[in-house]
Design a protein. Sequence first.
Lengths: 347, 340
Amino acid sequence: MTLKVAIASFAHTHAASYAWLLGQMPDVEVLSADPDGAAAPDAGPRGAEFAAELGVPYVDSYDELFAWGPDAVVVTSENAGHRALVERAAAAGAHVLCEKPLATEVADGEAMLAACAAAGSILMIAYPVRFAPSYLRLRAMVEAGRLGDVFAVLGTNNGKIPYDSRQWFTDATLAGGGALVDHTVHCADLIDGLTGGASATRVYAASNRILHQDKDVAVETGGLVTVTYDNGLLATIDCSWSVPDNGPTWGGVSLEVTGTNGSVEIEPFLPHLTGTDANGEVFLGIGPNLDESLLDTFLDAVRTAGPPVAGKPPAVVPQPDGNVGLRTLRIVDAARRSALSGQPVDL
Amino acid sequence: MAEQLADLTVGLIGAGNIAHVHVAAWKALGARILVHSVEGAEALAEEYGLEVAPTLDEVLAQAEFVDIVTPSPTHKELTLAAIAAGKNVICEKPLTLTAADSHEVMAAAAAAGVKVYPAHVVRYFPEYKAAYDAVHEGRIGPIAVARFFRQASSPAGSDWYRDVARSGGVIMDLMVHDLDQAQWLCGPVTSVYAVQNPPTVDGVSPVNVAAHVTLTHESGAVSLCRATWGVPGTPFRTGFHLAGASGVLKHTSSADTGFIEELQEGGGDVDLLIPENALGESPYLTQLRELAIGLRGGPEPRVVGADGAAAVYLAEAARASMESGQTIDMKSFTSSGAVA
């Protein structure tokens, strides 16, 4: 069965990867729209020009995109725009893959979950690191009890500041904040997956703007977020945009999980070739394309579930779902408030 | 160097694990060692050819200065006894178990004109010193976010470490090194937030336990210190990641050492509490040489009593944060003097 998959906005850098992959897939028809792209102050191309580069069909407006009758919609707008597009997709009878974070405000996230539930639409969150082989192996080990009782986690998601290609990432309104919003959620999602959805009970965050001061950025660029969960688990996440602009790779993710039988540390983006070329140090990443695994999981679920039926839960709920998106958004929201007050926030 | 430390008589007080390492360093420096300990002095003396001092008074009478390597809860009284005898002191970390006690010790030392140097040996590990030098040369710009990490096979299974009133727990005993590093590298601290899991109950530390402490510094930098007492057998491992405005420096003790061992028979036979070093001279030797030269009127060493007191002060603030569930403002925090 050929699926009609719409890409709503090229604001998020990941849209390019999704568009390219969808364009390669058999039995998938793609249509894209990026009506706000022309006004964006980005260095790279947006809108029709970007669609042409990616080789995917393009329409000028969301009205045309939704009138096309997509089976599924990939929402890759600015974070603050997720709610309107997800609600619209649900109303149009489509399943939804929403870029992370779910939204910039918890109330928006709750409304999005409610809209998708009412429409019977799948709401999956684009957390691709869940599909990393190292993470799957770690999760299997945790589930098998190999680590004993897990009591502490360190997560790091350090990267280059996403500034040149997409400036909205450093716009407090459009992004919802800076590094705390952009990078806390990936590790929070990985921890959520290990704990089977444990809820955060207390969140403390300390942040600053020392990194990238030269770029006149108004949002936090570095931060540490400590989370206590309802099962007692202690986790700290370093969400800083602390990979220098001239670093050999964009950054990475790490998760160190400690239990009563030892610890496992994963770095899903670490497998690589090293060496030297004309530009200096080489970092040539190897391993599967995690975005492809994410899309495959989403589209398999869309096919299996069939068209949404209002009021009826979808037959398949691919993970990470909207509930994970909302739990991780609550952590980010608490982290933002904690960073402002200097005190931990209880949830 | 050798001349500076000629005819040195060190009073070693204590004969536990770390005593062996200090003995090796003092012998390398050509010192005469008088050892006094509640237990184990004779065995240590026999193993290394040392002289035993049967009483504390005898050590204090004969030694040029004392090197205190006893369990943490005895540091205060022994240091005060040495100060009262007019002797300079080198004392294992933590200097004392509370900031109030550290201040009392430092005040007594100042009044007696005696020096007290805490053995924060991590400042002498070449990777940490290289980071310190690079940061202070401006190599990575002002530090924004720093992470420090330290894990060891839990000593809390059977020993006195489990009694938080005696060891101070994982923060005072193990993380105190990194609290000192955070302050050394990022400057004075303005606030402290701490969580430990599982929590200490009725003064008894869990055997397997992790603590995460977030510091905010006057400079605006934030730092995370993590310490884990791991399941028995956990290899000793430390590391740091320093992100500055113009660069990053990082190190993990288990990587980039230039020494990879894959031995079968007899392999894996390593000390789980005191790290081996593959980068040359023992940092313990570097440390004790520098401290001894400082005590003989040479240049001030890179770590002094106030640093030891400051690290204890941070560890105590971390404990207060865990008790209240709140961030501790270091501008108004005062030591309660309570041990646990």
